[in-house]
Design a protein around this ligand. Structure first.
Ligand code: PMP
Length: 430
């Protein structure tokens, strides 16, 4: 059994002053049972809890830590920025430097605006899409999570799904009446909505690799089909790359799949672990934003110099040649290893992965391509697997509906330990 004495003490203190003891629901262990680990520090591929145990970390702060924790270049960039003051609320050169990098790495982004979270990025992208097209309706997909803006918390993934409230109370019906929900990887379901509302749909928003209902990659033909439908009906395609951006490829999922969106949402890696989001795309659309246009969007701390320093250092490091091949090789080694030991002990397992993002599914199905497929998986078995792995010092996201993340600091040692630990679990099931 794990010694979680200090975590338990801190958790009990937290419970009385914060709902669920946490500031973001998925951090609680309600999806797998047990108490959340309180973390003291992190380095490389490891996080260390307050009871002084090290864990191989496949959460990576839910995506940002692709370089591994505590990267010295990112840490130094932040420390240097801090010495010059934390925030000015006035323009700085580093904002343009980050914007230049983003537009260079994702050519569909001609202009960009920084915000403070992924939620703000998707919320603002949808506002600008509605303002630009003069239309109200949007299409999202069941099981995709795009942050917690009211009209996006409809049949959502992530914590909303884990805790059984994919459509949140507190969101008036009037606010969601313009949100149309379609089936992931099912073009027909999208066509139907366009046929019903040919002139009313402002935008489609999609996770190009869904990472909030575990990990479900979009099929290339599906994404291309969405692009064509948007062209045909005058709607905008918004690719939510908050999770996939700079993770599945340097150019994001849009580069990986070769699909050009009108608008892109970014978050997580772009801030290197600091609170940053961004949205951007076609210049004619972005120019509609205040102060050049009438669509309002703003932020006291947006483009914060310390956060921009972390993002800039992270992105420049990621531009080194070969990094994404290395990341994909690591993910492939983990996936292949887990599948091999599952096969050895006759445990039905499917592993999906794209670049440095993966998902494990306990299922007899041959593939997982939709929300419905995900819901058929054996969640009870996942929970047991989860606690076994935690005991063995492997930290996955505490939910069967979240993707796993590889970092550059995961070496053969960590990957093999993960596979061996899983092997012991599968062996005990026999
Ligand atoms: N979009 C996607 C695809 C996400 O995965 C997330 C967060 N996991 C968000 C938006 C919201 O980002 P944030 O939590 O920074 O508001």
């Amino acid at each position: 059994m794990l010694n979680t004495f200090k975590s338990e003490t801190l958790y009990n203190q937290a419970l009385s002053v914060m709902p669920g003891g946490v500031n973001s629901p998925v951090r609680a262990f309600n999806g797998v049972g047990g108490i959340p680990l309180f973390i003291e520090r992190a380095n490389g591929a490891y996080i260390y809890d307050v009871d002084n145990k090290a864990y191989i970390d496949y959460v990576g702060s839910w995506g940002p830590m692709i370089l591994g924790h505590n990267d010295p270049d990112v840490a130094n960039a932040v420390i240097n920025a801090v010495r010059n003051g934390l925030s000015y609320g006035a323009p700085t050169e580093i904002e343009t430097k980050v914007a230049n990098l983003v537009t260079q790495l994702m050519p569909s982004i001609e202009m960009v605006r920084m915000v403070n979270s992924g939620t703000e990025a998707t919320m603002s992208a949808i506002r600008v899409a509605r303002g630009f097209t003069g239309r109200d309706k949007i299409i999202k997909f069941e099981g995709c999570y795009h942050g917690h803006a009211d009209y996006l918390l409809v049949k959502a993934g992530s914590g909303a799904l884990t805790f059984g409230h994919p459509t949140s109370p507190g969101v008036p019906d009037d606010f969601v009446k313009h949100t149309l929900v379609c089936d992931y990887n099912n073009l027909e379901s999208v066509k139907k909505q366009f046929e019903q509302y040919p002139n009313d749909i402002a935008a489609i928003i999609i996770e190009p690799v869904a990472g909030n209902m575990n990990c479900v990659p979009a099929k290339k033909a599906f994404l291309q089909g969405l692009r064509e439908l948007c062209n045909q009906y005058g709607a905008l395609l918004i690719i939510d790359e908050v999770m996939t951006g700079f993770r599945v490829a340097l150019s994001g999922a849009q580069g990986y799949y070769n699909v050009v969106p009108d608008l892109t949402c970014l978050g997580k890696i772009i801030g290197g672990g600091m609170p940053v989001g961004a949205f951007g795309g076609r210049a004619d659309i972005m120019m509609q934003l205040a102060p050049t246009g009438p669509i309002y969007q703003a932020g006291t701390l947006s483009g914060n110099p310390v956060a921009m320093a972390a993002g800039y250092a992270t992105l420049t490091k990621l531009m080194e040649v070969g990094i994404y091949q290395e990341l994909e090789n690591k993910t492939a080694a983990l996936a292949d290893g887990l599948l091999a030991v599952a096969k050895k002990y006759n445990v039905p397992l499917v592993v999906n992965y794209v670049g440095a993002m993966f998902g494990l599914f306990f299922t007899t199905a041959s593939e997982i391509t939709s929300y419905q497929d995900v819901m058929q998986c054996n969640i009870e078995l996942f929970k047991k697997f989860y606690h076994h792995m935690l005991n063995e010092g492997v930290y996955f996201a505490p939910s069967a509906f979240e993707a796993g993340f590889m970092s550059l600091k995961h070496t053969d040692k960590e990957i093999n330990h993960t596979i061996d630990a899983a092997s012991r679990f599968f062996n005990n099931l026999v």
